[in-house]
Design a protein around this ligand. Structure first.
Ligand code: SF4
Length: 315
């Protein structure tokens, strides 16, 4: 995408269902908290994703600053809500991708970039022109518009969307987005049509893994998500059930998932015959939250830092 076209997408921004209409190209910020400048918090080789995403080399996770959903319990709140990050050019973004590839990453895993889709599509194209050969994966909340997803087709190979809830009262209360239950399935359907499941050497090279984070005290919402997956997408996408909810910041849900809730989740996977996919073990201590003030925001066993917004040696 040419730079002028890219800037047009940001003027009267309607890139996501928030429809803010602000002129981000002129420096205004919408609900996502970002202007048209692409800003990143960190890039790491991450070893904690699903096996076909992590592979032997780890996933090349690139954390984009800002977010259009802004969950109150976000583990990455420092970058998604508190704006930690640094502006990068298209060329710098491409260099970061190439560095991740050179360090053995199996893919480029772009985390929460919905509000920056035009810049990221241009960045991936620039990296491809310079030799990026590994798949690019779009890791998002799925609170996205079909028109914006179309900007990514040809640039992105696979998708890792969340499906957080299908309960409008829950999405209104937690995300200030009562239309999430309508928007997210539409976005996921679009992703599945654009990207059929395909693996090479047990690695995802194309396709969709739908992620669902079970929320404590809101298990009925999880049951609806699992049923929806079984009815609509089983066989065309994979489901990844996550149990790692950690109370963070001013999160309204103050405790982790308990053993009884986890057993119910696993029971529903059996009831709906969802036998392909991933289900995180219930860890007794879900572990510390990432800290993006550190060059390596995660524990060393989980990730290796490649780029950090505050590191002077980073490109
Ligand atoms: S991308 Fe940001 S500014 Fe644009 S509509 Fe969404 S929240 Fe609003």
């Amino acid at each position: 995408m040419k730079q002028e076209q890219e800037q047009e997408e940001y003027a009267r921004c309607r890139l996501c269902p928030r429809n803010c209409g602000v002129n981000r190209a002129a420096g205004e910020q919408g609900y996502c908290g970002e202007t048209s400048a692409l800003r990143l918090g960190a890039a790491v080789i991450h070893r904690g994703e699903e096996p076909p995403v992590t592979g032997a080399g780890g996933s090349g996770a690139v954390f984009v600053t800002g977010c259009n959903l802004r969950c109150p319990f976000c583990q990455n709140a420092q970058i998604s809500r508190e704006r930690m990050g640094r502006e990068v050019s298209t060329e710098t973004f491409a260099r970061i991708c190439l560095e991740l590839q050179a360090r053995g990453a199996e893919n480029i895993n772009i985390v929460t970039g919905s509000h920056a889709a035009p810049a990221l599509a241009a960045g991936i194209a620039c990296a491809r022109a310079q030799g990026l050969a590994i798949p690019a994966l779009w890791n998002s909340s799925a609170y996205e518009r079909a028109e914006t997803l179309s900007l990514l087709e040809g640039a992105v190979d696979g998708y890792l969307p969340d499906l957080k809830t299908l309960d409008s009262a829950v999405s209104r209360r937690l995300f200030n987005a009562p239309d999430y239950p309508e928007r997210a399935p539409q976005a996921i359907e679009r992703m599945i049509q654009a990207s059929p499941l395909r693996f090479k050497n047990n690695l995802l090279v194309s396709g969709v893994i739908i992620r669902h984070l079970a929320l404590p005290g809101l298990l009925a919402a999880s049951r609806a998500v699992l049923r929806c997956f079984a009815d609509r997408w089983q066989g065309r996408a994979l489901l990844s059930v996550m149990s790692q909810y950690t109370p963070a910041g001013n999160a309204p849900l103050k405790r982790p998932l308990n053993g009884r809730e986890y057993e119910r989740l696993v029971g529903w996977l059996r009831e709906f015959a969802i036998d392909e996919g991933f289900c995180q073990d219930l860890a007794p201590d879900p572990g510390a939250l990432p800290d993006f003030r550190r060059e390596n925001p995660f524990p060393p066993a989980l990730s290796t830092p490649v780029w950090h917004f505050a590191a002077p040696s980073s490109p």
